[in-house]
Design a protein around this ligand. Structure first.
Ligand SMILES: Cc1cc2nc3c(=O)[nH]c(=O)nc-3n(C[C@H](O)[C@H](O)[C@H](O)COP(=O)(O)O)c2cc1C
Length: 349
């Protein structure tokens, strides 16, 4: 049976002092590696799979609180509860009343934890003073935080960046005010808003936040394996890591990093047949979540990432790969996936 190599995991190098367990309200996390919220990616299907592979926590895609309140269908879909882990729902918005209402709707729909988005750099989001733009107006940010805390009895967490730009690295100040108000955990993406996704995340700049607050701080940005997770923790002093893009096409990765950080046996990377079964299952979950018409299009990016993972070990037939990623008829895709898997050839060593 073909084995997918996992370059990221040399278990003999894992031994270190395990991290302290962290809790969000009454929920003790099984380990200290979280799956990041990624709009359009970490839907219910993906979160369910990552949770099953041992992620310490998974977070919903960002939900625009005003649109949720107005009954927007895609925002309601984003409230889908994953199996296997508490339901952490992320809200974004620029008005206290919508954030409060969004929190109430999320709680009623079965959320266990609410996360507030203050990190999104998208112009569409920041022009309305939501996402990372809130870091430029700390009073407004605090008003929204307090509105959410006042609207729900659920634990509330916060995700933000280092600041707006290098002249305004105010994450520590915002974190202190948020923690004093009752925020239970803070995630910092180690970039400013002006950086968008450019350059490298600066994990050492997360340290002032860790030193400023008593609540757990999670380091995020460019963590793609155990080695980068350990570096991010060393440089930031954070209590946990959050992994986003590194888990695309590798939903098992977050659980592996979490186990390694806890000095527990690292679950094996799924083998070739297990990945084939996973890809088929993931595709079916997406058909259920989105319906076939939308689902077949939404699934393409995940299928493309799985093929990239496969291509680390095998030569993937380009014609078949393209056929899977352009097929319009949802019911044809599982057969094309199988044909692609059947046709791979192991790369020469
Ligand atoms: C496509 C995409 C969608 C994202 N959506 C969200 C989101 O909905 N909420 C959020 O807080 N951050 C979002 N982010 C930011 C990520 O959660 C994370 O902070 C960032 O990607 C850095 O982590 P990484 O290098 O591990 O991916 C998104 C990032 C990307 C690339």
């Amino acid at each position: 049976m073909a084995i997918i190599q996992s370059a990221s995991f040399d278990c003999t190098k894992n031994m270190h002092t395990p991290l302290q367990k962290i809790s969000i309200g009454n929920y003790e996390l099984p380990n200290n590696a979280l799956l990041a919220p990624l709009s359009g990616i970490t839907d219910k299907s993906f979160r369910t799979i990552a949770a099953r592979y041992g992620a310490g926590m998974v977070v919903s895609e960002m939900i625009a609180s005003a649109a949720l309140t107005n009954g927007h269908a895609d925002m309601a879909r984003r409230l889908g509860k994953p199996d296997n882990l508490p339901h952490m729902v992320q809200l974004a918005g620029c008005e206290a009343k919508w954030m409060a209402e969004g929190a109430r709707i999320a709680e009623e729909s079965g959320a266990d934890i609410i996360d507030i988005n203050m990190g999104c750099p998208s112009k569409r989001v920041t022009n309305g003073y939501a996402g990372s733009a809130l870091m430029r107006v700390p009073d407004k940010a605090q008003e929204l935080i307090e509105a959410v805390l006042g609207a729900t009895s659920l634990p509330v967490t916060l995700k933000m960046r280092l600041g707006w730009n290098d002249e305004l690295l105010n994450a520590p100040d915002i974190a202190v005010a948020a923690a004093n108000a009752g925020i239970k955990l803070i995630t910092i993406h180690g970039r400013t808003r002006q950086q968008f996704y450019k350059d490298h995340a600066r994990w050492h700049l997360i340290k002032p936040v860790v030193e400023a607050v008593d609540v757990p701080v999670v380091a995020n940005g460019d963590i793609v394996d155990l080695s980068t997770a350990q570096k991010a923790l060393e440089q930031s002093g954070a209590a946990a890591v959050m992994i986003g893009r590194g888990a695309q096409g590798k939903p098992w990765l977050v659980g592996q990093v979490g186990a390694a950080l806890a000095n527990k046996p690292v679950p094996a990377t799924p083998n070739f047949e297990e990945i084939r079964a996973l890809v088929q299952e993931h595709y079916q979950l997406m058909m259920e979540e989105y319906g076939e018409g939308l689902g077949v299009r939404c699934a393409r990016k995940h299928l493309g990432w799985y093929f990239e993972t496969l291509a680390e070990t095998f030569v993937v037939n380009e014609g078949l790969r393209k056929a899977v990623l352009t097929e319009k008829e949802a019911s044809n895709v599982p057969r094309l996936i199988d044909e692609t898997f059947d046709s791979v050839e192991r790369r020469a060593a």
